[in-house]
Every structure is written in C-alpha cells, then in structure tokens.
Ligand binder design. Sequence first.
Ligand SMILES: Cc1ncc(C[n+]2csc(CCOP(=O)(O)OP(=O)(O)O)c2C)c(N)n1
Length: 671
Amino acid sequence: MDLTALRTAHPEHWSKATAIRALTLDAVAAANSGHSGMPIGMADVATVLFEKHLKFDASAPHWPDRDRFILSAGHGSMLLYSLLHLTGYEDMTLEQIKNFRQWGAITAGHPEYGHATGIETTTGPLGQGIANSVGFAMAEEIQRATYGKKAVNHYTYVIAGDGCLMEGVSQEAITLAGRHALSKLIVMWDNNNITIDGTVELSDRTDQVSRFKSAGWAVLEIDGHDPVAIDAALTQAKKGNKPTMIACKTHIALGHAAQDTSKGHGALTDPDQMAAAKAAYGWTTDPFEVPADVKFAWEAIGARGTEARKAWEADFETLPRSKRETFERAYALDAPKKLSATVKAFKKQMSESAPKLATRASSEKVLEVLNPILPETVGGSADLTGSNNTKTSDLGVFDIDSRDGRYVYWGIREHGMSSAMNGMALHGGIRPYGGTFMCFTDYARPAMRLAALMKIPTVFVMTHDSIGLGEDGPTHQPVEHLAISRATPNTYVFRPADTIETAEAWEIALTTKETPSVLSLTRQGLPTVRTEHKTKNLTAQGGYVLADAEGRRQVILMASGSEVEIALAARDLLQSEGIGTRVVSMPCMELFAEQEETFRKRVLPGGPVRVAVEAAVRQGWDQWLLGERGKSNKADFVGMSSFGASAPAGELYENFGITAANVAAKAKALL
Ligand SMILES: Cc1ncc(C[n+]2csc(CCOP(=O)(O)OP(=O)(O)O)c2C)c(N)n1
C-alpha cells in the first residue's frame, strides 16, 4: 500500500482520518489491550461518512431525526470513541480516551449503550449491530409514515466486519431488510479478509456480494481508502429503493507492520512499530495530541448539523399538537393517561366474567384493549402468530406499501426478530413486542441478554411455556427457560396465572422504561383465580397472598402461572384435613424481590412449611423456599427435574407428579 500517494492525493482528508488512527494506537497502547487494526483500516470510510453524509449534531446527541450510526464490529470501539471525541461530543473528553477500558471510564472495551452519548446500541457480540439496524430502519419507516417526513426522515448507517457477516443472525437481518426494501439502511462492510485466526478463507468462502444481492440488496464495491469513491458510493446508496451494502476493500492496520495480518486485529502496542506507523502517516505530534487545525476541522463536522437540527425543531413545531404530544410521549416512554383506567376496567370485567382461557389468549384480549390506546406498540411473531396470539385487529401489517402497519411477520427468525426489536426500542418512539415458543428463548437469548444490559423495555412474548403444551413433546417443552431468564439481571419474567394477572403483567411491561420483560404464557386453558376485583396491580408486587389459611397457618404453597390452579386445589385438600394453608401467587420473582422486607415478611412469614410448585426446574425457587425465613427441613418443591415427554397435558402432569395430591402429600410430610 502506497501511503504517500494516499497522503498527497487528499491531504486534508488524510489528516482527519489519521487523527482516528493515532488516537486508536495511543489509547490501545495505554490500556495495553483492545483492537487497533479495525479502526485504522476503516478510518477513511468513517471520516467520509461523518464529514459528508451523516446527519448529526454533536451538541444534540438525542435529536430524534438524526441519522443513526451503528458500529456493528464493536471490538473496533476506538473508531467510535475517536469520532465522538473529535467531533466534540461533550462527554467524550480526551481524559476518557486516555482511560480507554479502565474502571469508571465511559470508553469501555466495546461500545456500551447508555455509557456515552452518540452510542446508539451496545455492540461487541458480533452480528448484533447489523441485526439491530433492521429494527432501527423499520422504526424510521413506521414513524415517517405515521408522523410525516417533516418529523422523521433519516438514514441508518452500519459498519460491519467479516465476523458480523459470518454470524448466523446476520442472515436473518439481511433477508429481513431485503424483503422489506429498507432503502434507508446502508451497511459498509469492512472487507479486510482478516479475522482473529487468520484469513477469512480459513473458515468461509461466501461470495458476500451475491449473498446480499440475492436477499434483495443493492451492492457497491469500492476501495475503502479512496475518499472520492467512498463519497460517491454513499451518495449512490442513498438514492436507491433497496438497502445498500457497500463492500469496502480495506487493509487492516493500514501502514503498521502488522498490516493485512491477523496480528493487526488486536492490540498493537510495540513502541517502535507504533512510531514507524505514525512516521508513515506523517503524524508528528505527541501521544494523544491532535493538531489544533485537525481538531478544529473535526469540530466543524460535529457542528455541521446544527442548522438542520434547528430547522427540524422549527418544522416539528408546525405539526398538529396532538401528533407532537404523542411523538414526545412515546419518545419519553411515558404511558398515555388512559392506560391505567383501561386496565382497571378490563380487570373488573374479567373478574366478573371469570373466563377459562389460556394465558396466551388472555394476552390477546389484553392487547386488543391496549394497542388502540398505545400507538407506539409494534407487535409481531416469528411465524407463530396464531399460536402466540400477538396480532390484534387494529394494528395493520408492516409492508413495503403499508409502512404504518404495526404488525411485523418476522418469519422463522427468533434471533433476528429479537435483535431488531431491540433496534426499534433503541431508535425511540416505539415499544416493540414479539412472540415465539418459550423453548425458543434459546434462539433469541443473545438479544434478550443485550436488552437487559442496555436497559431497554423490549417485550418477549413466550407462549407454550411448559409440559402443559402437551403432544409437541420434549423438544418443545421448556423446563429450564424460566430459570435462565430469571438468572438474567434486569429482566422481568412474568408467569401470570389468569387473565387478570396477564393484564397486570402487560401493564407493567408497557410502562416500564429500563427493563425488558418476558411474558411466559400457557397453551392450555386456565381458570380465573382472581375472581374478586382489585383495582391495585397485585402483579407489581411480584408475589402476593391469593388465598389465605383458614385456622392456624401451617403451610404456605407458592406457585406461578398454570400451577397456581394446582396449588389452590392442594390447599382445598389440606384445609379439608384441618391444615391451615396459604397460597401465594408468584407471577414475577424479580418484582417480589424488589419489595420492602416488611411486605415480603407478611407474605412469607417464618414458621409454616413451604412447598413451591412450578412445571419447570427448581432453580430460582430456593430463594423463597430456603431464604426469606425458610428452612431446608421445612421446604420442598414439586416440578420438573428432567425433560418432558409427548402426551396430552393432563397425562404429563400426572406422570411427572405435578398434581394437587402430590403437593398436599409433600406439605404433610414436612409437618
Ligand atoms: C458473537 C461473538 N463471537 C466472537 C467474538 C470474538 N471476536 C471479536 S472480533 C472477532 C473477529 C472478527 O473478525 P472481523 O469482523 O473480520 O474483524 P477484524 O479482524 O477485521 O477486526 C472475534 C471472533 C465476538 N466479539 N462476538
């Protein structure tokens, strides 16, 4: 690579791009860890994007109509941190760059949403960024159709590497974007032919150009170090009616001794080699020092969008007041005024009519009432719409000629759906929910974990939540998935017992601002257990006394979802023998754990024996069986300790011993 030719052909561009390269080398060397090669290789592409195309204003990072920039190749985080620092984002100080990867710094190893402004999503797990971007682009389409071009009209730009394109989720993302002709989505592929183990050829021979084209994308191929070519490609990409992938041929660790090798992928810290690279770049300042004229040029880029932002603000003011209010409320994740009263009225009606319903059907009933008053919801399912009961009559279907449709047919893409839902939530103005079978939380898990980590309120509707689904057999019967979801920090796992608890769970899931929810819902019908109307949202307490002991309290039974009915039947058996028995419904352990100690003590006092029943593994229950004043010689569990089997649900419950008689017997044995 002839660096001199690059330098002399476009000296101003070169010095700006080199500022990224030099800051990357210095920060990685100071931390003695990180990834130098990717930011160095993609500095030219990023510089042209920020200088000539990206609509943004560094002084207003939350401007709703900014273009979104997603660094899917999150290990190259120094590319993003450098850009944010150079363009003048207030929080991205030079001190932060110097403290790359250190305790308390906002410059964590990979871009973390919420740590610094200008970071649109957490990346690092490869493939997530490009999959998020589909949701960002869909959110833009939906909102443009809803609010008009004056309010919403922006692009989503992604930098993805070979690793992102090898991950399976990228296939789900690429085919979704192609199917929906998301023409405002532009992916720049860092085509450097290098991964950690060596060249891409070691593990892959995909023709990426054909791959994207066959999925319905436009593809452009350029030299990723030629600023003129980069600019022309971006200009062309914005004109098409398909999503565009720009294959940018680049050299990893350009100009360094490790250029074009897998060594160049990681931390380049050798002082002599660093000095040689900087000399080749023509960079003569001290470590972390950016020449004043270069910093000035970058700050001008950071301020380039100020006028457009102000014009947008003025335009926005001309929208009808009700539109503006809805827009602002949705972006703030505030609930509409009517929500609480609507839920209460619905609960009253259900307590009175006491339907026998599967909670997935209860969920549909709730959504029929809530979707019309929450225009920010976008529902969907991974090809299980009829089973997940996620589609309500008012939503309309999102498609190329119906961009204001609020229901997405995600196809058989649980991971892509979940990751795109995160993208919608991150974009702002949308509360996404999507369904699949509970056992396929495994397929959605990487995105579920990131929703929790990023503190965004994505809702995962997981139906067919136990052996109670019956004849589909053990592959489809989740036993460990509740425990896995509950083990994830910052996640609400709701397992409602009836229509009332389902409504309460939805109310929380659609009003919470920083926590994703998993709704674990049954296939099989359940009776209404909350026949006495209470305006208060009892599910918000996580666990509560559903039926108290008559006479001296000797036993506390705890259950969630479909097993609450069994606990109530066991209580009848025990009470008929004069054994005072309380039933605690536990629809959300995480919310119960958040309650005051005094409340928890009232629900779970020390003394009585405790038996928990849930058609799943025991993990998670010992906190309530043995902890919270419980004792191991006075506690037991009725549930699953193996995978399930295929048979009608009733037979399965009998054979696995999840019966009222067994629960009562276990309680008696402990007395
Ligand atoms: C899901 C996931 N698996 C593995 C990794 C570890 N990892 C980080 S970068 C990388 C190689 C990526 O190669 P490429 O995208 O070509 O990046 P480049 O070498 O060009 O920097 C791997 C395997 C990861 N971050 N995420």
